[in-house]
Design a protein around this ligand. Structure first.
Ligand code: AMP
Ligand code: ZN
Ligand code: FE
Ligand code: FE
Length: 279
């Protein structure tokens, strides 16, 4: 069984449409794929239809944006009810802030580069959760940079002159909203320190007391030191351990199935998760 529980589609900042993402997962030899777009369940139904067609099991999920004392935190929600009021409200507020933030970043970029807000919107589909990758795509399309990764490493880097943060619920509020939605909260790439600051062990321990169930330990943004730290912490706190690709399609090197989750962990997540209904 090959299980990859963290991928993105065009419902957020991946480049494969939800159905194409699922067929790519089948072609990559995966038995199970989780679709976890940022702050939306918008890709679920198209992904589910394709999963049935190609014979791959789909785990519906969401990567919920959050903040912990200024540190960006991503909480994966597996099998949540996508219509749960607290979760819907949190995601709607984040998406709104992501849009106004991207617009502010586009205005700052427009002063120095040939780029307009319409150029950014042209990189999205209706309903897409907008992120820096869409600004990167607009910069690529304007010929300013060669690809997304170059944009992230330079013009769009955090603390750079064009970076604007977006609002998001606290990590604790995100975990509570996911639990209230019948979902299973798993901390995504908790030790990805190459992206910016990460949270301390105490913060993860606090989240475990309000319902956090797992840590995504096996992820390309974790070096051996972070993996060891997080494996130890998961053991101490009784959290399950997942591994995933965080595939975004073209524009990010992450390949489907490059990290995977053990079948017994998926079975545990499926036992805990009670919320998901795909409409
Ligand atoms: P944002 O959440 O809008 O600040 O943008 C960060 C998101 O961009 C993260 O989810 C990253 O996974 C994603 N991303 C997509 N492509 C890349 C890339 N080539 N380099 C870095 N981050 C990327
Ligand atoms: Zn992303
Ligand atoms: Fe993430
Ligand atoms: Fe992700």
């Amino acid at each position: 069984m090959r299980i990859d529980l963290h991928t993105h589609s065009t419902a957020s900042d991946g480049t494969d449409a939800p159905a194409a993402l699922v067929s790519a997962a089948a072609a990559a030899g995966l038995d199970v794929v989780g679709i976890t777009d940022h702050d939306t369940a918008g890709g679920w139904s198209a992904a589910a239809a394709e999963a049935q067609r190609v014979g791959v099991a789909l785990v519906p999920g969401i990567e919920v944006s959050a903040l912990s004392n200024g540190v960006t935190v991503h909480v994966l929600a597996y099998l949540p009810d996508p219509e749960s009021p607290a979760l819907v409200a949190a995601m709607a507020a984040t998406r709104e802030s992501r849009t106004s933030r991207a617009r502010r970043m586009a205005d700052l970029l427009a002063a120095d580069f040939p780029l307009t807000w319409d150029d950014v919107l042209a990189q999205t589909k209706p309903g897409t959760t907008i992120g820096r990758p869409h600004l990167a795509d607009a910069l690529v399309s304007a010929g300013v940079v060669s690809d997304r990764s170059v944009a992230f490493a330079s013009i769009l880097a955090p603390y750079g002159p064009y970076y604007v943060p977006h609002a998001a619920p606290t990590a604790e509020a995100a975990v509570l909203a996911i639990v209230a939605a019948g979902g299973v909260p798993v901390f995504a790439h908790p030790g990805a320190d190459g992206r910016g600051r990460v949270v301390t062990d105490d913060v993860i321990a606090e989240l475990a007391t309000v319902g956090l169930r797992g840590l995504e330990v096996f992820h390309r943004d974790h070096d051996a030191r972070q993996r060891d730290r997080l494996l130890g912490l998961a053991g101490e706190l009784g959290l399950v351990v997942t591994g995933s690709s965080d595939y975004h399609g073209k524009g990010k090197p992450n390949e489907l199935g490059e990290n995977t989750t053990a079948p017994h962990v998926l079975a545990q997540i499926e036992e805990w998760g009670t919320g998901a209904v795909i409409r």
